[in-house]
Design a protein around this ligand. Sequence first.
Ligand SMILES: Cc1cc2nc3c(=O)[nH]c(=O)nc-3n(C[C@H](O)[C@H](O)[C@H](O)COP(=O)(O)O)c2cc1C
Length: 349
Amino acid sequence: MPTLPDPWHALLDEARGYPSPHNSQPILVRVHDSRRAEFFYDLDRGLPAENFGIPFGHVCAGVFLESLSTVAAGHGWAVTESLRDDDLDFSATERLHPLGALELAPAQITPDATARLEAFHRRRTSRRPYRRTRVDRAVLDEVTAIAAGTGHAFGATADRALVDDLIRINQETLFDDLRNDAVHAEILAWIRTSKRHAAATRDGLSAETMLLPGPLLGFAMRHRGMWDLPLAGALLRRVYLNTMRGVRELGWLTGPFSGPRDYIEAGRCFMRVWLAFTRRGVHLHPFGTVITNPRSHAAFVDAAGIDESGGIDGSGGASAWMLFRYGHSAEPPRAHRRPLDAMIVGGSR
Ligand SMILES: Cc1cc2nc3c(=O)[nH]c(=O)nc-3n(C[C@H](O)[C@H](O)[C@H](O)COP(=O)(O)O)c2cc1C
């Protein structure tokens, strides 16, 4: 790997813990000098088969930016960005899509920045059963204010019937996605069915983090017809739904979502919300595929009574762009990350 000037080496080495859909880790960075860098989206690590492949690619870039600025602030740096606003083009010959320029400036380390950095290190997706306890109203108020501060709205429900309905919609999303050949192929490419497989690639969705037995996950994903078989299909659904036990509350985020700038701000908002929950000891599990699967998306907004009449794809209304479960759970397994080298343009990508 080319030697990176300080402080980039230390900052990027921590920021590579940012979460990404399917743990595909698509962000790359080219460092110019001790203050300036550029960042890119590796189109070969995107999820183009999904209906929302492009918007969610930019959302992931926003998640990365918030991660980087959280890490930087915790170490006494402020990040300024100048962002490009052209859509990702998954058919492009040049596979690194430039997202913009980054610049560092020294800043005071505040107690809040230290606490946020600590939350960044603790944060992980919890697909474990939750404890049935409700989350403090004060935490939800804080999350509501954070979302509002970025121009978005946090919605939530603890209504048993609605929670059950949305959990069912999330579960059906997987079966529906598996019926779509392109999405099925994409899922297969990112599934890691053994600890050894996950440790070798250091990316993707491991059976361990999905809390499913690896051989069962591999078999069920490859033989997608199995989900429709009366007995085996029912058993699979039961195993999968078992991980969703104890969910009392679901949350969602709505707001402007009509172009790369909006998507990036949405990603930033999502990461802030996630870190705020983490800081208060609350775990989160995104149901991003409910958003990206058109049928599930329609079922979700309908069930939750969300008005998207302005248009999900752009004409100005509030779009529901994220759904997640949140609550208290045991510590989930940690997902791998690729080494820093793999994140650097000119490294071993
Ligand atoms: C925008 C976004 C959407 C996501 N959607 C889903 C999802 O639909 N289902 C799921 O199980 N995890 C989802 N995740 C969680 C990622 O799979 C997870 O962040 C990644 O595997 C790394 O694991 P970690 O969060 O524990 O570090 C999503 C994450 C992001 C950032």
